[in-house]
Write a protein that binds this ligand. Sequence first.
Ligand code: GAR
Length: 205
Amino acid sequence: MNIAVFVSGRGSNLRAIIESKILAGLVEVVLVISDKSDCGAFKIAEQFNTGTAVVGKKGISFSELTKILDEKKTGLIVLAGFLKLIPAEFVNHFENRIINIHPALLPSYGGKGMYGHHVHEAVFKSGDKISGPTVHFVNSEYDRGAIISQKFVDISKAKSAEEIASLVLQAEHILLPEVVGLFAQNRIKIENGKVKIVSLEERRS
Ligand code: GAR
């Protein structure tokens, strides 16, 4: 399956997808898209020879991008640290084909302004003993689409928001390729607005 990855910064989740052994032969990253013309993730894209595009004020429009992604027969769009809201038209065009990774256990610690270190600072302040990443479908509201999968991370011994961020990021690098793999195998179904992961056998029946 051809996939496109949206990024805004460092790109460690992009790298986790590209280097994932479980995704080898299952998916190909055909385009890396950012709202910034210069970001760490583009260096990774260059290193692995995937195409890149800049969208928004500094680049092409979302409708131009839609055409390009359709031409490339893109089956899945992954938001991996993309921090801008995606226009509703784009979300509707790729309905149930856009997923996002969020660095906390949604529905807690989500919504506008809740990204990156803001999330981990809020979690640290709360005194929560567990956190962890969530992968969910994207709809027109920040962090509100159906939850696909989550990973629990013990943060009871973490002494700072940075320490929580680092523990959660390690779990992100496992969870995101897992979910991309399930999607590429057509094992993620939506029933009554909720996600169900089906086995390979169930998928065939
Ligand atoms: C990740 O921690 C991701 O969960 C977070 O941005 C970081 C990107 O890191 N996304 C959000 O906060 C979205 N609300 P990366 O560029 O190294 O993959």
